[in-house]
Write a protein that binds this ligand. Structure first.
Ligand code: ADP
Ligand code: MG
Length: 682
């Protein structure tokens, strides 16, 4: 029946003929629980066995012969140290010699009088025609289609001991069910889904496959978009504290800034300040390239919240960054009467601070997840900011939402990131987010020059530059991959690296920093670096995000190939934060040419462009998937397929206009639950 859930699809795999409890347990391990899980397991490729050639019609080139084999022989040639297996492939029109090199098992695996498909090259060699190293498939292993000559065959990716042929046979048993799979989406032509699923498993041609994929990609994208739209609706049912905008207050802070806001900062701030006025919680992403000045925009929003008499919280991914933010906000907002405090693991007299947060004495709490994991209670939290949001998971966000102490109220939420979400993802998975983009850097910045050097080029091209920069009193980051020597790994280690550098730059003040150090120690070193008391800071990626030392103009990244594109871009963003020209040196070991990742980074400093490149090179599963339990592995759809995306978007709107759809489409609604988790801002 149309639009209705068909219980068969969601029944367990044991309902399939030939799948017993033992097989079921094995299948469960691979994530196949229901019949539907299996039906949505698609072939990796296809082979067209219909294009067989009769032996009498053979011409040189790739051929498929449907025939039998006789006169199998394996000979060892001592002179060439070779096994040669030969046989005679024949059909009703003639015979041809087949030959395999070093595959002696061939002569044993064939059965006489069985029909096989032989796929290989038919060539003139050593004075006669032969079929060279053909691959073979037993004709019985290919289920018979309506066509006499077998046909167009799917090839499934193997799962452990379950090979392609196992899947083929299993689907053969499900053939009738697949042909009548009920519709999933009420807004497409009835039967389209069943046709697509049938054609992806039992196609007659590549055309069939293409048509099937078109629908199935659409279905996936539709589900993603619907999930994110439903999240948006749910969010809009929550209540939030409206925080009034007051032009006079905002001007007061803007006038106190040591610089003029860029136009892009103004526009982004405006979006946010308007959102804060609403009685539904803001769910906004502020994306701006590294150094574009997101912090000050968040300060404007915090000030509006303060003036409305409510508390705000700012979450940062590292203690170093939290410490820096607390300092910045104290400088900016302290003089206007705002009480800002830092809460991290290393904070002393925590109980006392927490009591002051609970009583409402503290206006702004800046910290790491200590804010949410500990028993921190707010008196009236109305606004939360998550800096570098890609580092936070769903759970943390949920906990933050609970901080208002009332399930129907949520704080306004602002996430800030320098790893922009490509447009196509904004429309699909992150469709429930409002997005503001700071698209320009403050004036007077000179672009960062990036150069890839191998270790031998370092001497001539790197050391002289660094010596000169240190003479000019500019500072250097030196980034290494690992803290400790890990056995055979060649990755550099900070301590050793610092010692080496001390030999090369005897006059320089060199210190090192890594994640396992105590927070106090880290802070102390960071502060001295900020104050210009350290020339070269050798560090792991603990300085990756957010750290702002405008006088540091040079960054050297060792083992650059071992970092991802987004991470390298973030690291590079530690320099180029002042008016002096900056350099980023990507050091590669070995002589292999640099990867596309590094070349793209050398060419561009545009984070938005690089995010698109990253999406193409790695796919969304890699970038956003690890953080989101790998749900993001789309089977067929491509998130760069803008045509399908915009069609699905329109259709989702149509779907939502009729509330009955949600009640009718039970299977669809249960399907999109798994997507819903990941589409919320996290
Ligand atoms: P990010 O967007 O990477 O978080 P920050 O907020 O850390 O960037 O800002 C980078 C630097 O730029 C800081 O030193 C900040 O004081 C400075 N800055 C921010 N906005 C402006 C501006 N409009 N003009 C000049 N400098 C600015
Ligand atoms: Mg920042």
């Amino acid at each position: 029946m149309l639009y209705n859930i068909d219980m068969n699809l969601l029944s367990e795999v044991t309902e399939i003929q030939g799948v017993g409890p033992k097989t079921a347990t094995a299948l469960n391990k691979y994530g196949f629980y229901t019949i539907k899980d299996l039906i949505y397991y698609f072939p990796r490729s296809y082979e067209d066995y219909k294009k067989t050639t009769k032996i009498s019609d053979l011409t040189p080139g790739k051929v498929i012969i449907r025939g039998k084999i006789r006169n199998l022989k394996t000979q060892y040639t001592r002179r060439r140290n070779f096994n040669i297996t030969t046989g005679e492939v024949y059909d009703e029109t003639g015979a041809v010699k087949a030959i395999w090199y070093n595959q002696p098992y061939r002569s044993k695996t064939f059965k006489e009088n069985q029909t096989y498909f032989f796929t290989g090259n038919f060539d003139f060699k050593y004075n006669h025609y032969q079929l060279t190293s053909p691959t073979t498939v037993l004709a019985d292993d290919i289920y018979e289609t309506d066509h006499e000559n077998s046909g167009f065959q799917p090839i499934y990716p193997a799962k452990g001991s379950y090979k392609s042929i196992w899947f083929k046979r299993m689907f053969q048993n499900l053939r009738n069910e697949i042909a009548i799979v009920p519709d999933l989406l009420p807004i497409v032509k009835p039967g389209l889904r069943a046709d697509a699923l049938f054609n992806i498993h039992f196609p007659d041609s590549f055309d069939d496959v293409e048509k099937a994929k078109e629908y199935l990609a659409y279905e996936e994208i539709f589900e993603l978009i619907l999930a994110s739209r439903l999240n948006k609706n749910e969010n809009s049912k929550l209540r939030a504290e409206p925080l009034k905008f007051n032009a006079k207050n905002t001007k007061e802070l803007v006038n106190a800034l040591p610089f003029q806001l860029t136009n892009a900062q103004r526009l982004a701030a405006w979006d946010i300040l308007k959102d804060l006025e609403k009685a539904t919680p803001m769910n906004r992403l502020l994306q701006g390239d590294v150094g574009s000045g997101k912090t000050v925009v968040s300060a404007l929003a915090i000030y509006q919240c303060f003036k409305a008499g409510k508390q705000s919280a700012l979450l940062a991914p590292t203690a170093i960054l939290a410490t820096q933010h607390a300092k910045t906000l104290k400088n900016l907002l302290g003089p206007l009467g705002v009480k800002v405090e830092l809460l991290i693991g290393a904070t002393k007299k925590k109980d006392d601070l927490k009591a002051r947060i609970k009583s409402g004495e503290i206006d702004v709490v800046v910290g790491t997840h200590a804010i949410i994991t500990d028993d921190t209670v707010f008196s009236d939290l109305a606004f939360a900011i998550i800096d570098e949001q890609h580092r936070f998971g769903v759970m943390q966000r949920q906990k933050l939402l609970l901080k208002t102490g009332d399930k129907t109220t949520a704080p306004h939420l602002l996430a800030m990131t320098a790893t922009p979400i490509p447009r196509s993802l904004q429309l699909t998975i992150f469709g429930d987010l409002s997005v503001s983009t700071i698209s320009e850097l403050p004036k007077g910045r000179t672009p960062i020059k990036t150069k890839i050097l191998n270790e031998t080029e370092m001497k001539e091209q790197l050391y002289p530059v660094l010596n000169q920069k240190m003479k000019d009193k500019e500072q250097i980051y030196w980034i290494c991959k690992l803290i400790e020597e890990t056995g055979r790994s060649e990755a550099s280690n900070v301590k050793k690296e610092a010692d080496k550098l001390k030999m090369k730059f005897p006059k320089a003040k060199i210190e090192f920093l890594h994640g396992k150090m105590k927070t106090d120690e880290k802070d102390e070193i960071m502060n001295r670096f900020k104050d210009g008391k350290i020339d070269i800071l050798v560090s792991t990626t603990v300085v990756e995000v957010g750290v702002d030392v405008p006088n540091a103009t040079q960054i050297v990244i060792m083992d650059a190939e071992s970092f991802g594109l987004a991470q390298l871009h973030q690291l590079r963003g530690r320099v180029g934060r002042g008016t002096k020209p900056s350099n980023c040196f990507l050091i590669t070991s070995g002589d292999t040419p640099p990867s596309q990742r590094l070349s793209e980074l050398e060419k561009s400093t545009n984070g938005f462009y690089l995010a698109e490149v990253d999406l193409k090179l790695r796919g969304p599963g890699e970038i956003y998937g690890q953080l989101q339990h790998g749900v993001m592995n789309l089977k067929i759809a491509s998130l760069t397929d803008t045509k399908t995306i915009s069609k699905a978007q329109k259709d989702v709107e149509v779907f939502l206009q009729n509330p009955d759809n949600m009640i009718k489409c039970k299977e669809l609604m249960s399907e999109i639950k798994k997507y819903q988790q990941l589409t919320t801002l996290n």
